[in-house]
Design a protein around this ligand. Sequence first.
Ligand code: ARG
Length: 586
Amino acid sequence: MKLISEILTLIFKKGFVKAGYNEKYGIVNLSNRLDLCQYQCNGCLSAAKIYKKSPIDIAHSVVKNIKPNSHFKEISVVKPGFINITLSDDFITDYINDMYKDDKLGCDNEKTPKTIIVDYGGANIAKPLHVGHLRSAIIGESIKRINRFKGHNVTSDVHLGDWGLQMGMVITELKERKPHLPYFDDNYDRHPSEPPLTIDELSDIYPTGSKKAKENTKVMDEARLATAKLQEGHKGYMALWKYIYDISIADLKKNYGKLNVQFDLWKGESDCQSCIPKVVDYLKQCGITEVSNGALIVPVELDTDKKPMPPFMVLKSDGAALYSTTDLTTIYQRIDEYNPDDIIYVVDKRQNLHFEQVFRCARKSNIAKDNLYLKFIGFGTMNGKDGKPFKTRDGGIMRLEDVIKILENGAREKLLAGNENYDNELIDDISIKVGLAALKYSDLSNQFTKDYVFDLERFTNFHGKTGPYIQYSIVRMKSILKKVDVSEWSNHTISNPQSETEMNIMLKLIEFNSTIDIAYRDYSPSKICDYAYEVSTLFNRFYHETRIISEDNKEFKSSWINLLSLGIKVLEKSLWLLGIDSLERM
Ligand code: ARG
């Protein structure tokens, strides 16, 4: 469906042209003062400067040139030259009914669907998933869903960190603990039937190994050597790597599953290793590489840079590839396999420079042609209440699994305090969905770049602008529908509003498509958070003010019930776009 602002802009552009002005001044926007009017056109103020006339005269002549139209209840000119627009009830009601009938609630797909890859999650194999990865998962999932909803062909890729020094550290520490395992043998040739380690051991082996390596250069050298051997294809290390990879993936799938975050691709840094030599050769052929202190680099600074821009590192002096090399090679492979229009990265903002270098090198080498859009969405750190990165009580990094548990338990306690009549399975299901709603909503309603406080008390507050408040509003609305006879609202028509609140609801509902468009265009799910909150609040007011079930007037009753049903659809879709589950009861 055409957005209301588009419909009105078209009419106003004609008005401007008929009055003798350029059509570009005819843009109509949603009013930011709903108490004064619903939509407004402010173009006369800019036109005045060009045409050297008073804005108010221009406004009057434009309004005179707008044909009488059933869309409007009132068009008024106010000083110094604004045009205020109030829509007619019929127009609003017709629009609402069209939206109600539409599968996508009035939202159109983009005219030309694009192929988009969203790179988010970014978990590391062998290292536990921590709260930083949580933000990437939450934001990325929402960006993916919004883009899919707009009709694009979106592929999500978790892009695992599965090939770095952490593997060498794990191998070295495991060798220390279980030297008898055959994997360390240079002539390794048999697959033992018993597993070398469990996921629980692994979650202890990495932090221990990494600590030792950081404290002791000998251990670090050994870990580096083990990494190099693995990367050269040492058979035993490869078998060990494969084993660790498999158990880690199973664990990650379980945890991302709990978060309700789904990836189409489970690729990682290791998947591009075989392609690295080809990309390195290509860079050399392009003539853009240089050797600096033995390392192979590509200078990527530009004349316009205000800050120093270090060169892109292709290979270290020992010939090893780096994080930058894998990201560049991954772009190369993605183009080869998917030919995407956009690649969107959702990663900690501290990696901004890394991505800037990768993107510049991709452009300079022409691996990324001009028509490939590369977008970095950087988010701030998840801090504890003390303003420092969120840690466990003993100072370690909080694991994702623990975070989920904390949220779930917090929600469960809160829910049980209000109602003890849950059966066990139900309460489990509800608490996790409510806990995650609290976390995801509060994460997504912030500006991404800001650091963000992990505050459990705030997460388990179900009132005010929170995810659970919206879930709860939906449950309340549904409970009203459950009390009425379906035949009373099967006509699926909504009539003109009877009260101010009802009018405000309708005005809010017809903004759904434009809200989604803004959230989509600006990569800002927070617009959907705000919107869903406003819709919920209005409906809460509505069913407090209006006796829906006991209403005698059949037309009103049926219309209200249909309005509720549309409201539920809009809220459920909004939550879905945020990656939040709706509930049947709470
Ligand atoms: N594994 C990385 C980390 O934990 C994040 C990966 C982000 N994505 C990428 N294409 N580099 O920091």
